[in-house]
Design a binder for this molecule. Structure first.
Ligand code: B12
Ligand code: SF4
Length: 451
């Protein structure tokens, strides 16, 4: 037995519906890149792969472990359904859960009968050790950052560290070989062949609604510019991409690294359009020459979490900018011909009517200054493990308390008791106005479906 299945569950309850969010399953690719040389790897991306029961059974032949990657979403539901199939095929195959949900709720997750081992946090080192131990029937107590069940049902934890800078693989090429990259290349923002890429992990900020700071505690690690550009050149040569979207939580934490990447794009004549996340203060500190160099390298779009137009809320959620700075950022984008994509949340627990009003009013000012600005407007939902999750509980929000219950929960639906129906109706009007109507077909597709 030498086979490992890595499973990326669908986000949908009804899998017949149009598939949302079909970007590269980077978690699975990162794990596959570590296992590639020693095991037969099969990746199942349930958002795109539709197999009959018998086909799944056939695939399970020769498998000694499966890895399931899930965020807090219906991915849990679909992950459990897959685990059920694995369990009924053979009790010997180890079922391992990792990803954001399992990492934030490890003790709760391990209690589920369809979970043998939970991996907490980054999985690269752990999966390599786990695979070796499971295959050779060795004890698991030397594997870091897991919770596992012993034969008599006891749960043992080896949790040591939250974030390890050496864990981001220097090249994911082997992982890429395990998926059909063409399926993840999209048309969007005027690009014909856009692909996602991860060049750093973590974030130096500590916004109180965000899971990144909850798990990684403000630590950040980025790959070296040379190694990134080397990978990207390879992706360009093999998949003829014309644009790259950095999925990093905060691409510009290390300005020197970001500028080095831009320089290398120019030097190597990569001719790729690219975009990435930036915090307002980071953007406002860029000099004119730096912005020009970024533009020359193909940088065309900044993605900024503005989150609220209510300055009281900004303080409470630990966002370090003001409305004035946001308007300044918009003016600079217009001046330099950069395309701003801003995301907002309304309906925080304190005074949801007021924060909605202030946020809408800021969005209107932004649109007046630079109408091309892309606005993404969400209703706030408290993410697991964050300070706002605890505040939400104080404000009467109830959360599931087992993996089975979480499988019926999604952040996509409004589930905060303090957002009244009336407020929700009001927000919905703006959601459709700002959220989609102003977007081109390409961009709508990015957020709605890539089918
Ligand atoms: C890209 C991205 C998206 C993309 C989709 C990507 C895709 N694959 O199609 C888009 C933009 C569409 C998206 C949407 C949403 N996202 Co999102 N997204 C991300 C982001 C920025 C990167 C994900 C990624 O690829 N990371 C790179 C990989 C390598 O890291 P990783 O997933 O953490 O995997 C590592 C470990 O977790 C572990 N691991 C993971 N799986 C497994 C499995 C096994 C077996 C093992 C051993 C280990 C393991 O090992 C991996 C390597 O170290 C993350 C933040 C982040 N940095 O991860 C948020 C994040 C995952 N998203 C989040 C959320 C909330 C959402 C939304 C609900 C937001 C919204 N309000 O609409 C939506 C909706 C999704 C849905 N329908 O439910 C939250 C999840 C929180 C949670 N508790 O689950 C995150 C953490 C962001 C945050 N700031 O809090 N997202
Ligand atoms: S800047 Fe973005 S990634 Fe960083 S903590 Fe805030 S919301 Fe999370």
């Amino acid at each position: 037995m030498n086979k490992v299945i890595l499973f990326y569950p669908s986000f949908l309850v009804n899998k017949g519906e149009k598939t949302l969010y079909t970007d590269l399953p980077l978690s699975i690719i990162a794990l596959a890149s570590q296992l590639y040389n020693n095991y037969d790897i099969e990746v199942i991306d349930e958002r795109l792969d539709h197999y009959e029961e018998e086909e799944i059974i056939e695939k399970l032949h020769d498998v000694f472990m499966v890895g399931i990657s899930a965020t807090t979403s219906y991915q849990i539901l679909n992950g459990l359904q897959f685990a059920e199939k694995v369990r009924s095929y053979s009790k010997k195959i180890k079922i391992i859960w990792g990803g954001w949900h399992a990492s934030l709720m490890p003790e709760e997750t391990i209690k589920h009968p369809l979970v043998d081992i939970v991996v907490i946090g980054q999985g690269e080192h752990t999966i390599t050790k786990l695979a070796k131990c499971i295959k050779n029937n060795e004890h698991l107590d030397s594997v870091p950052n897991i919770i596992y069940k012993t034969k008599d049902g006891k749960c043992i934890t080896t949790y040591k560290m939250v974030f390890n800078s050496s864990q981001i693989p220097h090249s994911m090429k082997d992982g890429y070989k395990c998926v059909d990259i063409d399926r993840y290349i999209h048309k969007a923002w005027g690009n014909q062949r856009l692909l996602g890429y991860e060049s750093s992990r973590g974030c130096s900020s500590s916004c109180s609604f965000c899971s990144i700071s909850a798990l990684y505690h403000r630590k950040w690690y980025g790959l070296a510019a040379k190694s990134i550009v080397h990978d990207i050149q390879w992706l360009k040569d093999h998949y003829h991409i014309d644009a790259l979207h950095f999925f990093d939580n905060n691409f510009f934490v290390h300005k020197k690294r970001a500028m080095e990447i831009a320089k290398l794009f120019i030097k190597n004549n990569l001719k790729l359009r690219w975009d990435g996340t930036i915090v307002t203060n980071q953007f406002l500190k860029l000099t004119q020459q730096e912005i020009e160099m970024l533009k020359q390298s193909g940088f065309y779009r900044i993605i900024v979490g503005v989150e609220s137009g209510d300055e009281e809320v900004l303080k409470k959620i630990n966002k370090k900018h003001t409305n004035k700075q946001i308007l300044e950022l918009i003016k600079r984008c217009k001046e330099f011909g950069l395309f701003p994509s801003l995301s907002f949340m309304v309906g925080f627990p304190w005074h949801p009517e007021k924060d909605t009003q202030h946020t809408i009013s800021l969005i209107e000012k932004i649109k007046t200054l630079y109408s091309e600005t892309e606005i993404l407007l969400f209703i706030f939902s408290p993410y697991l493990g964050t300070p706002l999750y605890d505040i939400a509980k104080e404000y009467g929000m109830l959360f599931p308390s087992s993996l089975g219950e979480w499988s019926k929960f999604t952040y996509d639906k409004v589930n905060t008791p303090w957002v009244t129906n009336q407020l929700q109706k009001k927000i919905n009007r703006y959601l459709s106005f700002f959220g989609t109507k102003k977007m081109t077909n390409d961009e709508q597709q990015f957020y709605q479906s890539f089918d």
